[in-house]
Design a protein around this ligand. Sequence first.
Ligand code: PLP
Length: 445
Amino acid sequence: MNQHTKPNAPVLDSYWMPFTANRQFKQAPRLLASAEGMHYTSTDGRTILDGTAGLWCVNAGHGRRQIAAAVERQLSTMDFAPSFQMGHPIAFDFAERLAEIAPGPEGQKLDRVFFTGSGSESVDTALKMAIAYQRAIGQGTRTRLIGRERGYHGVGFGGISVGGILNNRRVFPQLPGSDHLRHTHDPVKNAFVKGQPEHGAELADDLERLVALHGAETIAACIVEPVAGSTGVLIPPKGYLERLRAICDKHGILLIFDEVITGFGRLGAPFATDFFGVTPDLVTTAKGLTNGAIPMGAVFASRKVHDALMHGPENAIELFHGYTYSGHPAACAAGIATLDIYRDEGLMTRAVELQDAWHDAMHSLKGLPNVIDIRTIGLIAGIELQSRDGAIGARAYDVFVDCFEKGLLIRVTGDIIAFSPPLIAEEKHFGEIVSILGDALKRAK
Ligand SMILES: Cc1ncc(COP(=O)(O)O)c(C=O)c1O
């Protein structure tokens, strides 16, 4: 009996689900009812190990009372306050706390913080900041935005323009002039690697090619995910990000790191910026910012970008941009409580302790049927399966459903399985993941 035919089951008709095959899902729904620590409980009472921190966001694990209490306190003190030409202390407090741990080395931290409501909003905000910055420094012809094939930057028109996933783009118009670097995935040279692969740094030179094609004076910014998540865990080759930074510097192009999934400890450092030792001009975040408890995003800007815009008459609004929910008090309360947990439990760097065991566990799946690549970094893994002829994604989808039925939540994109467990994970959880996934892989046709 399907869930929706059971007594007291929700009626599924009205909710138009995001990024979901609605009709297929509603015939056999997978419904989660509660969550605690490393686990969900499904509506039919099964315990499901969370291999994906929800959607790359619940870094401190589920059901954190400290966050719930902070939100409750804030909502009963002041539920909402406008942030346009008005302020409330908790938004400033949260920004100061974020500035302390902001991406970048001491003295060059990106410590000016703009709040948004999501990763997509953070991306569109950063892209607009980049164009506004160029104009403010007298480079108004620089409006072109460069992304990368297989990049994911959310679903705003800016994000899909620089994003590189066909299905997110094909139906929708894009910003004129946006262009793309090639992606860095090279399974022939770089298969089954732990950490950064050896081959592919020269792919950063694509930016030189685009400069030669379009003229540097037309390019405002280049945006990449330091580690691409949504297209199946693409890890930057050694030297790649450094080279991209150098080319941006040479041509006056701003570099934006989209750290919506890598921010807040995923790689064993607070940000990928710190982990790779390459400092961009803008960093976009969301997800782990509030442990996923309340929707929120933040853009970290360098002083260079921020200060360039703080000019003109003092009564002029410097950046005509913002959201009703920018700096929402309840989201700020959730964010501060989240930062407290990350600090007190050492979660921003915990992946360092876990990564050897994690990488070994994931790579132990090598040799199982249809596994053609495994790649790992920090507390992330991508396991790529051979696609069935003419049915891309079908095999991984079957594995996903099988794992869910056996008590493990995984994420699949095409025929790649992506893992990003909460940073509170323990080695025993890795064993459980390997066991359930391994069996599913053996069963998958
Ligand atoms: C790198 C990256 N950027 C942007 C986004 C969009 O975030 P949101 O879904 O919160 O809009 C995501 C979401 O997964 C992401 O992975």
